[in-house]
Design a protein around this ligand. Structure first.
Ligand code: PMP
Length: 362
């Protein structure tokens, strides 16, 4: 039988797949609007599609286990060295590899109360203890997180912007926090949504790596780069930290189509710019609708927004019945809240239409 700490793990609950809802509700898949998993509504970048088509002929061979081309592209793009890079099967994989490399039973891992659900999961799978620090205004209380660090703490996770609340930490607050964390504790700065930020909102995390050997910066191709289904994420760290993480990695953890697509989309500045533009326009539409409907929401710096609903479970059921998938936040201890990802204009309009009708009792 599995160890007690494995049996105690609450499984991750992903957004409901379109095909599943179509079956359940007898709906046509193309009428369903999925705004549940913070995916890119623009769909697969054309640059990535072309790269995937070129890479198809290599599929009988194993991928490049060291991701030479992708690491080289990341180095060019972000100004890091290849020995600082870890590639993952999504950044989820990177987070799990960090846990596997650095945690053992008895260790403690600090994160914020409403932070990404995968942090407690990967900590618990190693037998380490997750310490959830009460949030401040739905975001990280960095002072309280510092105070929660003790001799047993090995890793601190910070998501910036945070999922599922969309909150953002000011660059100087983050800089002071990283400087105050003891060097024996790894700070994992999860920047899955960083591309959506305006330049002045960004903490220079890559620049900070030279100063803090205990800093790991985690990023993903799943959001603004539009490759969620291919599963590719990456992290930058001190070469010794990156080396340790790479030792526990599966030899071929990032498949060849994902590597080829990621290389292509890194050079696709146009897709990235459109992602950010569609996101900020959609964010304005959704928050204006919440204001109009008198619904409270948490101002978000990411590609989703979390709002409070009078009866969130019933509203979610109603949205599902109408073919609109959002994310209930009960698993995060936010039972009154739903999270909606920013979609294309027509998807946002459909969500607002169904939401308005549901609230009006229609
Ligand atoms: N970190 C955060 C904060 C996230 O919200 C997500 C996606 N939901 C991830 C990491 C993981 O994304 P992926 O594995 O697709 O890179």
């Amino acid at each position: 039988l599995a160890p007690k700490y494995v049996r105690a793990i609450a499984p991750y609950q992903p957004g409901k797949p379109v095909s599943e809802l179509a079956r359940e509700m007898g709906l046509r898949e193309d009428t369903i609007v999925k705004l549940a998993s913070n995916e890119n509504p623009l769909g697969l970048p054309a640059s990535a599609r072309a790269a995937i088509e070129r890479a198809l002929s290599e599929l009988a061979r194993y991928p490049d286990g060291n991701g030479f081309e992708l690491k080289a592209a990341l180095c060019r793009h972000f100004g890091v060295n290849a020995d600082q890079v870890v590639l993952g099967n999504g950044s989820n994989d990177v987070l799990e590899l960090i846990a596997r490399a650095f945690l053992q039973p008895g260790d403690e891992v600090v994160f914020s109360q409403y932070a990404f659900a995968v942090y407690p999961l990967v900590a618990q799978a190693t037998g380490a203890k997750g310490v959830a620090v009460p949030a401040s205004a739905w975001g990280h209380d960095l002072a309280a997180m510092l105070a929660a660090i003790n001799d047993r703490t090995r890793v601190v996770f910070v998501a910036n912007p945070n999922n599922p609340t969309g909150t953002l930490l000011a660059p100087d607050a983050l800089a002071r926090f990283i400087a105050a964390v003891p060097e024996s504790v790894l700070v994992v700065l999860d920047e899955a949504y960083t591309e959506y930020l305006a330049p002045e909102q960004r903490f220079d995390s890559v620049g900070a790596l030279a100063q803090y050997p205990n800093l790991i910066v985690s990023r993903t191709f799943s959001k603004a780069y539009g490759l969620a289904g291919l599963r590719v994420g990456f992290a930058f760290a001190h070469p010794e930290v990156a080396d340790l993480i790479n030792r526990v990695r599966q030899p071929f953890n990032v498949n060849s189509l994902a590597q080829a697509a990621a290389v292509a989309v890194l050079d696709d500045a146009d897709y990235l710019a459109r992602s950010v533009e569609v996101n900020s326009a959609g964010m304005r539409v959704l928050t204006a609708a919440f204001d109009r409907l008198g619904l409270e929401y948490i101002p978000s710096s990411a590609n989703f927004v979390t709002f409070r609903a009078p009866n969130a479970a019933a509203l979610n059921a109603r949205l599902l019945a109408e073919g609109v998938i959002v994310r209930p936040l009960a698993p995060y201890g936010m039972g009154d809240w739903l999270r909606v990802s920013i979609g294309l204009p027509a998807e946002n309009a459909r969500f607002v239409e169904v939401l308005g009708a549901a609230l009006a009792g229609a």
